[in-house]
Design a protein around this ligand. Structure first.
Ligand code: NAD
Ligand code: UDP
Ligand code: UDP
Length: 338
């Protein structure tokens, strides 16, 4: 592909049977691991709608076919049931690597972060694809710097209950940089902060999905600890825009992708109450071990180098997920995943 010049955006390799993606750009063949999940399925929608070919690899651990069913029958879309812990041979231009048991109730289960990332990096190396890792703000642990910049090395307990996730993602970042330095693989690293939106797993215990589902079911919202811990919540379309900007930009990262608006869990409960049902109540429960006290991204680097920043505030974004949650809860179509 000599037309790609030095931009690095188009892959070094071309494949037969490629369809045009629109004026001035060849379509890409893109793998999205974890594409049947919450973030992955929204990313796949964006890539398909701009004209690319997308192959989803997912083992349906927490993801659901329902998140992609509207794409079945589209000739540019393919869904493979596969565990990324096992090797796989494909010919692709870009790899968005999202597959991961991504929440406290699930992530203790398997070595996806290490073995899955290694296999996808091996694949990227073999075919010359660009590889994007979806890492996490959890690499900062219970941060001693606030807000967190990408230069902060983190405060992570290596032997705690969350370590499999935190340290797994830290190892995934290490592997990614090793393949970049040692094997010349083009890589990108996103550190994603708490994200919410339609299609979030209803049973993975994250705070936004718990509160929204609880209020719809007329149950009290479960606030863990004193509820004064903070998080910053990003709407999923902002994240997807950031991931694509990162993949197509010229910078390896890592980049924080998150919304800097910071809320305590009590404030979040208040916004959910205002949005869905003014009679909603809360109940306090014991907090989980090693829960980070506060978290808020410094996104200056992404603003400057990717020209990206989130556009949707929590008050604007929450109403956008309520219908999806209501429909799934009413229809019993809740996707337990496991
Ligand atoms: P999700 O659970 O909805 O999606 C993860 C997907 O990966 C699921 O479809 C699951 O079935 C699949 N998967 C898990 N293990 C697999 C394996 N071994 N092989 C193949 N597929 C596998 O979670 P999400 O919120 O969409 O998260 C996507 C990515 O973003 C994850 O890497 C996660 O760590 C990262 N992230 C998300 C958030 C957030 O707030 N949503 C925050 C930080 C980082
Ligand atoms: N791999 C894969 N698909 C490929 C190429 C590699 O799944 O197209 C896997 C491979 O099986 C190995 C991992 O990626 O487990 C790392 O591959 P690499 O070639 O870097 O390492 P090696 O096989 O030399 O140890
Ligand atoms: N949390 C809560 N009630 C819930 C679920 C979570 O108060 O029903 C709290 C949890 O203790 C943490 C915060 O919400 O302080 C965010 O938790 P989540 O699991 O959503 O994300 P993470 O801890 O990975 O940032």
């Amino acid at each position: 592909d000599s037309s790609s010049g030095s931009s690095g955006f188009f892959s070094k390799r071309t494949f037969p049977g490629r369809v045009p993606a629109g004026i001035g750009r060849k379509s890409l063949r893109i793998v999205v691991t974890g594409g049947a999940g919450f973030v992955g399925s929204h990313l796949v929608d964006k890539l398909i709608s701009r004209g690319d070919e997308v192959i989803v690899i997912d083992n349906f651990f927490t993801g659901r076919k329902e998140n992609l069913v509207h794409l079945f029958g589209n000739p540019r879309f393919e869904l493979i049931r596969h565990d990324v812990v096992e090797p796989i041979l494909l010919e692709v231009d870009q790899i968005y690597h999202l597959a991961c048991p991504a929440s406290p109730v699930h992530y203790k289960y398997n070595p996806t972060n290490v073995m899955g990332t290694l296999n996808m990096l091996g694949l990227a190396k073999r075919v010359g694809a660009r590889f994007l890792l979806t890492s996490t703000s959890e690499v900062y642990g219970d941060p001693l710097e606030h807000p967190q910049k990408e230069t902060y090395w983190g405060n992570v307990n290596p032997i705690g209950e969350r370590s499999c996730y935190d340290e797994g993602k830290r190892t995934a970042e290490t592997l990614t940089m090793d393949y970049h330095r040692g094997a010349d693989v083009e890589v990108r690293i996103a550190r994603i902060f708490n994200t919410y939106g339609p299609r979030m797993c209803l049973y993975d215990g994250r705070v936004v999905s718990n509160f929204v589902a609880q209020v719809i079911r007329k149950q009290p919202m479960t606030v863990y600890g004193d509820g004064k811990q903070t998080r910053s919540f990003q709407y999923v379309s902002d994240l997807v825009d950031g991931l694509v900007a990162l993949m197509e930009g010229e910078h390896v990262g890592p980049f924080n992708l998150g919304n800097p608006g910071e809320f305590t869990m009590l404030e979040l409960a208040e916004v959910v109450k205002e949005t869905i049902d003014s009679s909603a109540t809360i109940e306090f429960k014991p907090n989980t071990a090693d829960d980070p006290h506060k978290r808020k991204p410094d996104i200056s680097k992404a603003k400057e180098l990717l020209n990206w920043e989130p556009r949707i505030s929590l008050r604007e974004g929450l109403p956008l997920m309520v219908n999806d949650f209501r429909n799934r809860i009413l229809n019993g179509d809740e996707g337990k995943g496991l």
